[in-house]
Design a protein around this ligand. Structure first.
Ligand code: MG
Length: 498
């Protein structure tokens, strides 16, 4: 802890280590819950996890912790790392200071019920079944925004929970660009037909064991350290940070369409690499983790969209794919490239391709803004949803299950979360451009020189953990702020050869 010299900060970090240890235990138990836990263990695991989370909250809100925090805040001449610690802890303390325990209990109760009614509504394909819960969640979210406070718009208070400093005003020009340019680009790609809407490999079954071998070999090749992590299977792929030397990923093996599995594995690798490359001097402190959801998603999407879907990556890994997957016998590299990069306006966000994905987020952003900043009647939301789908993607859902009910987020009370996905996609394209200018990214991929890519990411982004705010970190990494034009350029060049 040589970066931390101030005595109050050191005391604070010492107290924090108990919280870190509980978080680490929760992470490991959460990983187990989603992978190998015996089926009947749910109830008691739930209780144990709930208790641990209350315990870590109690430690943070304890008098002793608060006293050290207040003392440290009065100190002058703190290092940037020390300031970072106070910034991150300050955000957490502000959350609990602003939201009274009975409000948090009401929110927890509401989301537990909402989750159930959302599942029923989705199964029955009927929005009305979810409506009372959603009404309540919107109401509580508005109250939450008032309690947390904001400068301009209530929605900003919610955005800031997922992406520090993010505001409606900051997002509006980004989405305006997406709204005005992306639908047109999609149409042009569809007319051009170099990249198909569908590909026959999507329906081809593969051997799961072979796929697992391929995933592990590929992960080793791109630099996932198996002595500091694992690859397992879960219902939905995820990454979990248990300690600086234990960042695990999971993937899935749906029975056909092998790119779904492969790209999910590489996506999670991107998340894991971020955590694994944070400077060890920040370990076990509040700033020893990735700074925000948006930055995290930029890392996963960089590896998934920019690296793994590139012509160079597919060319140079073709023999590895073929070694494990016999279904690829008659396919050449260009055909595989087309398969990895199909473009198709579709109903479901999580199945969307790199090009159309942001249109799905645009719809959610516009609706959330109305929900929180204005007084819209939630009964009108499905009609609004379907109109926007038609307008931006040219398709209309047949029912609410494949429309407004498709995502779990709102039922969990996560309003303001979706835009972080767009930040990730836009930023990934900007990182790629910067890296290409500095170290010839695509040449590095062509030479299977992944370590140069990892080093660039470590030096420019990863090592800093949460020392800086996301906005500041982006500036440090690429010397500019978020710019949707760079993403548009990437799409035009790749799909339209412009
Ligand atoms: Mg992700």
């Amino acid at each position: 802890m040589t970066l931390f010299k101030n005595k109050y900060i050191r005391k604070l970090l010492d107290l924090y280590r108990d919280i870190w240890a509980i978080n680490s235990a929760e992470a490991l138990m959460g990983w187990d819950l989603d992978t190998y836990m015996p089926k009947s263990a749910h109830r008691y695991r739930g209780i144990a996890l709930g208790r641990l989370s209350t315990l870590s909250q109690r430690l943070m809100l304890s008098e002793e912790f608060r006293k050290q925090y207040d003392k440290a805040r009065r100190e002058k001449n703190l290092t940037i790392e020390e300031k970072g610690v106070l910034r991150v802890l300050g955000r957490e303390l502000h959350y609990y200071d602003s939201l009274p325990p009975n409000f948090l209990r009401e929110l927890a109760r509401t989301t537990t019920n909402a989750r159930k009614s959302w599942l029923i509504a989705k199964k029955k394909k009927r929005y009305e079944k979810f409506l009372p819960s959603l009404k309540k969640i919107i109401e509580l979210s508005r109250r939450k925004a008032e309690l947390l406070g904001y400068k301009d718009k209530p929605y900003d208070a919610l955005l800031d929970l997922y992406e520090e400093g993010l505001t409606t005003k900051r997002l509006e020009p980004l989405f305006r660009d997406i709204k005005h340019n992306l639908p047109r680009i999609v149409k042009k790609i569809l007319v051009k037909r170099v990249f198909p809407m569908n590909h026959e490999l999507e329906s081809k079954k593969y051997n799961k064991e072979a796929m697992e071998k391929l995933s592990k070999e590929l992960l080793k090749r791109i630099g996932y350290p198996f002595n500091r992590g694992r690859l397992d299977v879960s219902a939905h792929p995820f990454t979990i940070d248990i300690s600086p030397n234990d960042v695990r990923i999971t993937t899935w093996y749906p029975e056909k369409n092998f790119r779904e599995s492969l790209l999910a594995t590489i996506h999670e690798f991107g998340h894991a690499l971020y955590e694994l490359q944070i400077s060890k001097s920040l370990s076990m402190t509040p700033i020893g983790i990735g700074v925000s959801l948006g930055i995290h998603e930029s890392q996963s999407r960089f590896w998934e969209n920019i690296v793994a879907k590139s012509k160079q990556f597919i060319d140079t890994n073709l023999s590895l794919f073929k070694k494990h997957l016999s279904i690829l016998d008659q396919y050449d590299s260009f055909e595989l490239y087309r398969y990895f990069n199909t473009v198709k306006p579709s109903l479901i966000r999580v199945k969307a391709d790199e090009v159309t994905y942001n249109l799905h987020i645009l719809i959610r952003f516009e609706i959330e803004k109305e929900m929180i900043n204005k007084d819209i009647d939630p009964r009108e939301l499905p009609v609004m949803w379907n109109e926007k789908m038609e307008k931006y993607l040219g398709i209309t859902p047949k029912n609410d299950a494949e429309g407004i009910l498709q995502d779990v987020h709102w039922s969990q009370g996560s309003i303001g979360y979706f835009p972080t996905y767009t930040i990730g996609t836009l930023l990934a394209a900007q990182i790629a451009r910067k890296m290409d200018r500095q170290i010839k990214l695509y040449k590095r991929i062509e030479e299977k020189d992944y370590s140069s890519i990892r080093n660039w990411l470590r030096e420019r982004i990863h090592r800093y953990g949460s020392i800086y705010t996301p906005e500041r970190l982006i500036r440090i990494a690429i010397g500019q702020s978020l710019d949707p034009e760079v993403f548009m350029e990437h799409i035009r060049r790749k799909y339209l050869f412009e």
